[in-house]
Design a protein around this ligand. Structure first.
Ligand code: PLP
Length: 392
């Protein structure tokens, strides 16, 4: 931290992001922690080689990793954060921390596709089953919990279809049966949804999105509610031999310094664009939880402090040729699969929505937008010219 301050938890988000992990006295006055490109750590004292609390190998993380972990806890709370090489890597690390042969995960049907793929391939191969549930199941999850349930995996909202889950109700039912609750909390960036106030045990962030913010490096994190959970995640991380490079850790921490202001601007534009889209004749509905028309708006209002800048909309039925013409006509929106960066993105989603218990039913094509830092008027004009390719 820059200077001795009062309790960091008492500071506002912007301030916490500005001061997290800074320790100039330790680093010759440098504002930012250094990047150590290290593997071997030399240990002068033979007594420090084994059974020591000191760092003995750089895979455990150096100063820049420590600073980043501090920043992540500064945003979301919790007792510890473990970094992973990607957001997907953080999802699988959290699952492997609690997985047991013969066990079963309960996973929201709206889960990120590659997380589902992990369940259907590697977890299945090692004898861990998955059952999917309706993202709007709420307290009725109690009926699905079984003696072999090893974890409940949530993602709220789903990053393609944007259902908000009743996390407190699901977590209460799971806790009553001593089942851990894992939440992919990437959409909120940890800023708009406080997982540990709602009964979550492990919160997952794809840091590739809002924290990194500049579409130039991958990373993920598992943030733990308690020290016991942190120890379990760290053990799994060590057993799997995971690590993240110091340069990437530096980039994420640098991104986080400006995350609050980026998010605020991008979120404001996103809501304005969602409202505008709702009024367009070619659009059936926007899927943005902060809109009163969203089916889970009341839940969102109860549990979230804001909405980020990724949302969807459903078009009136159109021909594939017209849809293609719209998607290829944009000058500011690019087609791409990520979100959360400074640049606006658009992607048609129907081919990507894989559901097994709650089929996705929409009247027309589902489109996802990630709103960046471009001016909202320019983005709206780009979307308007895109819609004109559909006719009315
Ligand atoms: C909800 C969600 N979780 C996790 C990930 C994975 O992040 P990464 O691309 O860093 O693996 C993504 C990526 O799009 C995502 O949308």
């Amino acid at each position: 931290m820059a200077k001795k301050t009062s309790d960091p938890a008492s500071l506002k988000l912007e301030t916490r992001l500005a001061v997290a992990g800074r320790n100039p006295e330790r680093f010759d006055g440098a504002v930012n922690p250094p990047v150590h490109r290290a593997t071997t750590l030399v240990i002068p004292d033979a007594g420090d080689l084994y059974d020591t609390p000191k760092k003995t190998y750089a895979l455990e993380g150096m100063a820049i990793h420590e600073a980043l972990r501090e920043a992540l806890i500064g945003v979301e709370g919790g007792a510890g954060a473990t970094l992973a090489p990607s957001g997907l890597g953080a999802c699988t690390l959290a699952m492997l921390t609690v997985a047991k042969a013969g066990g079963e995960f309960l996973v929201t049907d709206s889960v990120y596709g590659p997380t589902r793929r992990f369940c259907e391939t590697m977890l299945k191969r090692i004898g861990v089953k998955t059952r999917y549930f309706d993202p709007r199941i709420g307290a009725d999850i109690a009926d699905m919990l079984a003696p072999n349930t090893c974890g409940v995996f949530l993602e709220s909202p789903g990053s393609l279809t944007f259902e908000i889950q009743d996390v407190p109700a699901i977590a209460a039912a799971a806790r009553a049966r001593n089942v851990p609750v894992l939440l992919d909390n990437t959409w909120s960036a940890g800023v708009y949804f406080k997982p540990f106030d709602h009964g979550v045990d492990l919160s997952i962030q794809a840091l590739t999105k809002y924290q990194m913010g500049h579409a130039d490096a991958f990373m993920g994190a598992v943030i733990s509610s308690t020290a016991e959970w942190e120890a379990r995640v760290r053990t799994a991380y060590k057993q799997l031999g995971l690590g993240v490079g110091p340069d990437d850790a530096y980039l994420v921490l640098r991104g986080m310094r400006t995350m609050a202001v980026r998010l605020e601007s991008q979120a404001r534009s996103a809501l304005a664009i969602a409202q505008w889209l709702e009024a367009q004749p070619q659009v059936i509905r926007a899927l943005h939880p902060a809109l009163p028309s969203h089916p889970d708006h009341t839940l969102w209002k109860r549990d979230f402090k804001g909405a980020s800048a990724c949302f969807g909309f459903v078009l009136k039925p159109t021909t594939p040729a017209r849809l293609k013409a719209m998607l290829e006509s944009y000058s500011l929106f690019s087609m791409g699969f990520s979100w959360g960066g400074f640049e606006s993105l658009v992607v048609p989603c129907d081919e990507n929505v894989h559901r097994t218990v709650t089929p996705w039913q929409a009247e027309g094509p589902l489109i996802r937008l990630s709103i960046g830092l471009e001016h909202v008027d320019d983005l709206t004009a780009d979307l308007a010219q895109g819609l004109s390719h559909l006719g009315e």
